[in-house]
Design a protein around this ligand. Structure first.
Ligand code: NAG
Ligand code: NAG
Ligand code: NAG
Length: 419
C-alpha cells in the first residue's frame, strides 16, 4: 500500500461562516472515517480533510496554545511527527533478559519478587494463552504455565491481593478484534491452580480493575462492540482467592468510560488515570473479525474515589495517555507510569506513542516527567524491585524520529530510580 497525505489548503486566517461550516462538516466526516489500518501494519491510507486548527477548535485535540498560535501565524502546514514528545532527562537503562514471547495488550502483576505476565497478542492473528514469570531476585524468566482455555487472551482486567491470589476479569477472547467475554478467573500463585469466579454482569474490554477495601472493583472499559465506552462500575467482596458474595454490586459509575487506564489503590484511595474512548472494531461481516480503525480520543484525566464515594477530579497527566493499565508502579508515595500512547498526529492522523516516564506525587497531587524510556512504547508491563524500575513487552515506535507503533516486543529493561 502506498502512503500519502492529502492536505487541503484551507487558510486558517479566513473567518467566513461558510468556511467554518465546511470545516465542521469535514471534521465530523474525518473523525468518522474508517481507515482499514491495522496497528501492526506498516502502511495505511488516511485522507486528511481537516486542518490542525479545525480539530483544535472542535476540541478534538488538545495542544500547547503558544505553539499553535506560532504555527498559525507562520501559516506553517508541517508539524513535526514528534511534536508530542516532552522534554525529559535520559535515564541509564540496562538491558535485561528478553521475555520468552513478544506481547501486546497483555497484562502483568507483581507479587513480591515475581512478575506474572499474562496473555497478549503475539501478532494480530495469534494470541497467547499462558503466563510467563520473571524473578527479580536473579533477573531470570523462570516459569511458564497455561491459562484456562476459556479465559480471554488480551485486554484483561487483572489485579492481585498483593500476597498470593490474582483475579483475572473479562477481556477479549481470541485474535484480531473479537468481542470481550464476561468469564473471570482466580489464580493461586502458590499452587498454580486456576478457579472460575462469578462472571462480570456484562463483558468488558480492558476494564479498570482493582481491589479496594476488601472488594474487587471493575469499571469502565469498552462494551461488547469494543468501541462504546462503558461507564458501569461493579464490585464484589473477595478474600484469599474466594468470592464472598453471590452477585456483583452496582457502584458509582465513573465520570468517563473507556479502556486502557491505569487503576491504582494507594493509602485507601482508588485512582483511575488516563485511557481513551473508542478503539479498533471488527470490520462488519468479516469472518475473522478483522480489525478496522475507528475514532479514538485519548485522555489525561485523573479521577479518585475516597471515603465519600464520590469521584473527584485531580490534576491531569502532562499529556493524554492510554494503554497504561499495567504500566505503573508505586514508589515512595508516588505513582510511576512508563510509556503509553497519546492523541494521534493532528495532520497525518497517525498514532503517536509515548516515550516518557511520569511521576504522580500523591502528597502534593502534582505530576512530573522524570525521564525517557529507551524508545516510545505502549502497553508496557512494569515492575519495581530493589530500587530498580523494570518494564517489558508492548509495542515500540519506528525510531527516534517516528513515534508511530511498529514492532511488538518482549524486551525487558531496568533503570535505578532516584526520586
Ligand atoms: C508551549 O510552547 C512554547 C513554545 O514552544 C513554550 O515556550 C512553552 O513553555 C510551552 N508551554 C507548555 C505549558 O508546555
Ligand atoms: C528467585 O530467585 C532466587 C535467587 O536465585 C531464588 O532463591 C528463588 O527461589 C527464585 N524464586 C522463584 C519462584 O523461582
Ligand atoms: C524512597 O525513599 C527512601 C527513604 O527516603 C530512599 O532511601 C529511597 O532512595 C527512595 N527511593 C527512590 C527510588 O527514590
Amino acid at each position: 500500500m502506498s502512503r500519502f497525505l492529502h492536505k487541503q489548503n484551507i487558510s486558517s486566517s479566513s473567518s467566513s461562516k461558510k468556511l467554518v461550516f465546511f470545516i465542521s462538516i469535514t471534521t465530523l466526516l474525518s473523525v468518522a472515517v474508517i481507515a482499514n489500518c491495522l496497528w501492526f501494519s506498516s502502511s495505511s491510507i488516511i485522507k486528511t480533510t481537516t486542518t490542525y486548527w479545525a480539530l483544535q477548535k472542535k476540541g478534538i485535540i488538545h495542544t500547547n496554545a503558544t505553539k499553535l498560535n506560532h504555527l498559525q501565524s507562520k501559516k506553517e502546514s508541517v508539524i513535526s511527527p514528534t511534536f508530542a514528545d516532552l522534554d525529559a532527562p535520559d535515564l541509564p537503562w540496562e538491558i535485561m533478559p528478553e521475555a520468552p514471547v513478544p506481547r501486546l495488550d497483555g497484562a502483568s502483576v507483581q507479587i513480591n519478587n515475581l512478575l506474572y505476565v499474562f496473555a497478549g497478542y503475539a501478532s494480530l492473528d495469534h494470541v497467547h494463552s499462558h503466563v510467563d514469570v520473571f524473578n527479580f531476585t536473579d533477573n531470570k524468566w523462570t516459569e511458564r504455565f497455561d491459562m484456562p482455555k476459556e479465559m480471554a487472551h488480551s485486554h484483561l482486567g487483572v489485579v492481585t491481593d498483593g500476597n498470593r491470589y490474582i483475579y483475572v476479569v473479562s477481556g477479549q477472547y481470541g485474535p484480531q478484534c473479537r468481542a470481550p467475554i464476561a468469564r473471570s478467573f482466580v489464580l493461586d500463585t502458590e499452587t498454580k491452580k486456576w478457579s472460575t469466579m462469578i462472571p462480570l454482569p456484562f463483558p468488558r474490554y480492558a476494564p479498570a480493575t482493582q481491589i479496594w477495601r476488601g472488594r474487587l472493583h471493575v469499571m469502565g472499559g469498552s462494551k461488547e462492540n469494543r468501541h462504546t465506552p462503558g461507564l458501569d462500575h461493579w464490585s464484589i467482596a473477595v478474600k484469599d482467592g474466594k468470592v464472598l458474595e453471590k452477585q456483583w454490586r452496582n457502584e458509582v459509575p465513573i465520570p468517563r468510560g473507556g479502556p486502557h487506564r491505569a487503576c491504582v489503590v494507594f493509602n485507601d484511595r482508588l485512582f483511575v488515570i488516563g485511557g481513551q474512548e473508542g478503539d479498533f472494531m471488527a470490520k462488519p461481516g468479516s469472518p475473522i473479525f478483522k480489525c478496522s480503525r475507528r475514532h479514538e480520543v485519548v485522555y489525561d484525566d485523573v479521577y479518585m474515589l475516597d471515603d465519600e464515594m464520590k469521584w473527584k477530579t485531580l490534576p491531569p497527566m502532562p499529556k493524554p495517555n492510554s494503554h497504561i493499565e499495567c504500566a505503573w508502579v508505586i514508589v515512595n508515595n508516588s505513582i510511576i507510569i512508563t510509556g503509553g500512547t497519546t492523541e494521534k498526529h493532528p495532520l497525518t492522523k497517525r498514532m503517536i506513542l509515548v516515550g516518557e516516564v511520569f511521576q504522580f506525587h500523591l502528597d502534593s497531587l502534582t505530576w512530573s516527567v522524570i525521564g525517557k524510556l529507551p524508545y516510545r512504547v505502549k502497553t508496557t508491563l512494569a515492575g519495581f524491585w530493589n530500587g530498580y524500575l523494570y518494564f517489558t513487552s508492548g509495542q515500540r515506535d519506528r525510531g527516534p524520529d517516528n513515534p508511530q507503533p511498529r514492532k511488538v516486543i518482549g524486551d525487558m529493561w531496568r533503570t535505578k530510580l532516584s526520586l
